[in-house]
Design a protein around this ligand. Structure first.
Ligand code: 9UX
Length: 72
């Protein structure tokens, strides 16, 4: 079972910012895929809900230094 979450990520001003969000997210256990869209301030994450949830992913993005909100 996998699930998709989409977040707004505010404060990313360059591709390295987006890269660090992607890298930190992918490093978490239970993540299948993470794609960060710098131009649209979005992160799309496919994850396994038995291992991780949306809020933990959101907090990880915040820990990298960006404001993140779960859209869906
Ligand atoms: Mo460079 Mo992006 O410090 O914030 S990684 S602008």
């Amino acid at each position: 079972e996998e699930k998709k979450a989409i977040f707004t990520v505010n404060g990313m001003s360059c591709s390295a910012c987006a890269g660090s969000v992607e890298k930190a997210t992918k490093r978490l256990a239970g993540i299948k895929e993470a794609v960060v869209d710098l131009l649209n301030n979005r992160a799309q994450v496919i994850f396994y809900p038995s291992f991780i949830n949306e809020e933990t992913i959101r907090e990880t993005i915040e820990d990298v230094g960006f404001q993140a909100t779960l859209i869906t």
